[in-house]
Design a protein around this ligand. Structure first.
Ligand SMILES: [Zn+2]
Ligand SMILES: [Zn+2]
Length: 219
C-alpha cells in the first residue's frame, strides 16, 4: 500500500503508481515512450455490483506519444474483477481488459485554452495522472447488471434455489388453487390414498433446499 491512499486531492508528483512522468518523453511530436507497470488499486474501482477490488493489481501496458497539443496515451489496462450476479446473486470473479485512448493537453496548448476544465485531461507539471482515465473507462466497460455466466438461469421463482444447483429437472407441483381445498379434504380423509402426495413434495423440496444451502456455505 502506498502512502498516497486516501489523499485523492493531494497532487502526486512522482513517477509511480498511476502517475506517469512525461519529461523523458520530451515534446517533439512523434516522440514515443512505452510504459509497462503494475499498480495496486487503493480502493474499489467500478460499479456497485462489479468492480476491480481494492488491493487488486492493475496491469498497465501503455504508449505515451507526444503530439502537438499534448501527450496521447493509448494502450491496455487489465485487472481482476469481482462481481455479484444480478440474476442468481452468486459472487464471481473475472478478468477485465480494456483499451484506453486519451489525450492529455499541454497547459499552454490551443486545446487546453479552448476546452473546459472537465472536457479534457491536462498535464500537471509534466505529469499524467492516469487513474481518473482508468476509473472512467472501467465504469463504462462494466455491465450495470453483471451475470456470473451469460446464460445464468437465475433463481427458482417458487423457492429461490439457484437453478444451477437445482438442475434442469427442478420443478414444483403447483396445485391449482381450486383443487387445493379438495387435496386438503382428501388428506384429512383416511383411506383415500391421496394423503401421501403433498408430503412427498414437501420432503423433496426440503432435500433440495438442504443441498442448496450446503453448497452456498462453501464460500
Ligand atoms: Zn448467476
Ligand atoms: Zn424451486
Amino acid at each position: 500500500m502506498s502512502a498516497q491512499s486516501g489523499s485523492g486531492s493531494r497532487r502526486r508528483q512522482t513517477d509511480a503508481d498511476f502517475v506517469l512522468d512525461t519529461r523523458s518523453l520530451g515534446r517533439a511530436p512523434g516522440s514515443i515512450r512505452q510504459v509497462h507497470r503494475v499498480v495496486t488499486a487503493s480502493g474499489k474501482i467500478g460499479l456497485d455490483l462489479i468492480a476491480i477490488p481494492a488491493g487488486a493489481e492493475i496491469d498497465l501496458d501503455l504508449t505515451l506519444q507526444a503530439v502537438s497539443e499534448g501527450v496521447l496515451v493509448t494502450g491496455s489496462v487489465s485487472a481482476p474483477i469481482e462481481g455479484e450476479c444480478s440474476r442468481c446473486l452468486e459472487s464471481f470473479t473475472d478478468d477485465l481488459e480494456l483499451e484506453i485512448t486519451e489525450l492529455f493537453a499541454y497547459p499552454d496548448s490551443a486545446t487546453e485554452q479552448t476546452t473546459e476544465e472537465d472536457e479534457i485531461y491536462r498535464l500537471v507539471d509534466d505529469m499524467i495522472d492516469i487513474e481518473p482515465v482508468i476509473t472512467d473507462a472501467v465504469g463504462l466497460e462494466l455491465p450495470l447488471q453483471p451475470l456470473c455466466e451469460p446464460d445464468c438461469a437465475g433463481l427458482c421463482p417458487e423457492c429461490g434455489v439457484r437453478m444451477a444447483i437445482a438442475g434442469p429437472d427442478h420443478t414444483h407441483e403447483i396445485l391449482d388453487p381450486r383443487w387445493a381445498g379438495l387435496a386438503k379434504f382428501a388428506s384429512e380423509t383416511p383411506g383415500t390414498g391421496v394423503s401421501d402426495a403433498p408430503s412427498d413434495v414437501d420432503r423433496s423440496l426440503a432435500d433440495r433446499h438442504g443441498s442448496a444451502s450446503s453448497t452456498t456455505e462453501e464460500k
